[in-house]
Design a binder for this molecule. Structure first.
Ligand SMILES: CC(C)(COP(=O)(O)OP(=O)(O)OC[C@H]1O[C@@H](n2cnc3c(N)ncnc32)[C@H](O)[C@@H]1OP(=O)(O)O)[C@@H](O)C(=O)NCCC(=O)NCCS
Length: 182
């Protein structure tokens, strides 16, 4: 299963093409962060402005990590969270687009595993992989009121623009890497 960063009974491995379905689950969790079903799975897959985060996973340049519960039955390693990046062209941007060479980060953890350090751990373990791929900055879009913003700020993201109902944030990959050591 490749390299794993252990965190209690949680491991982290690199995402592969076989994780496409799970990334759809995580994208849905990210869009439905309030806990209400604001979007159905069908809607996020049908609407191009939302499906673009996962469509055709895994494309060239796509990079992600999956948190797995290492204590699954019969040695099964069950995915519990994911963080991944994808670049977008200016003509077809994501909600947190800042530039074509700045990929956008998506992250989510299954609801009953939140608040245990898994989300931060995912972003931290993604950071050196981003650096290895020559990525120097990442962006994201976080809706107003989402407590995830505090986590992003803690890791070194700063707000760059405001949209209606959401903030676009950017982090230097080096800052994310340093947050591992601090
Ligand atoms: C945001 C998210 C990925 C963070 O993962 P996590 O494993 O809960 O995060 P950690 O345990 O590493 O860090 C917890 C921090 O995340 C934030 N957070 C966001 N939602 C949270 C939740 N439901 N429960 C606990 N913490 C949450 C808090 O600010 C918390 O900060 P604190 O430790 O200073 O209190 C996860 O909570 C999640 O999947 N939320 C719903 C989807 C979402 O909002 N995705 C991001 C869209 S921009």
């Amino acid at each position: 299963m490749g390299e794993q960063v252990r965190q209690g009974s949680i491991g982290v491995r690199e995402a592969g093409p076989e994780d496409a379905e799970f990334l759809v689950d995580m994208l849905l969790a990210a869009f439905n962060w309030t806990g209400e079903e604001r979007y159905t799975r069908k809607q996020i897959l049908k609407d191009k402005s939302t499906s673009l985060y996962v469509a055709g996973w895994q494309r060239e340049g796509d990079l992600g990590v999956i948190a797995v519960d290492l204590a699954g039955p019969s040695g099964l390693q069950i995915p519990v969270g994911a963080a991944w990046v994808r670049r977008f062209p200016a003509r077809n941007p994501g909600f947190g687009f800042v530039a074509e060479d700045v990929p956008e980060l998506s992250v989510a953890v299954l609801s009953h595993h939140r608040g245990r350090g898994i989300g931060s751990g995912l972003i931290r373990s993604l950071a050196p992989r981003l650096a290895g791929a020559g990525i120097t900055r990442v962006s994201l879009s976080v809706e107003h009121g989402n407590p995830a913003r505090a986590l992003y700020e803690r890791l070194g993201f700063t707000a760059v623009t405001e949209q209606e109902g959401a903030t676009t944030m950017v982090a230097d990959v080096n800052t994310l890497i340093q947050s591992v050591r601090s």
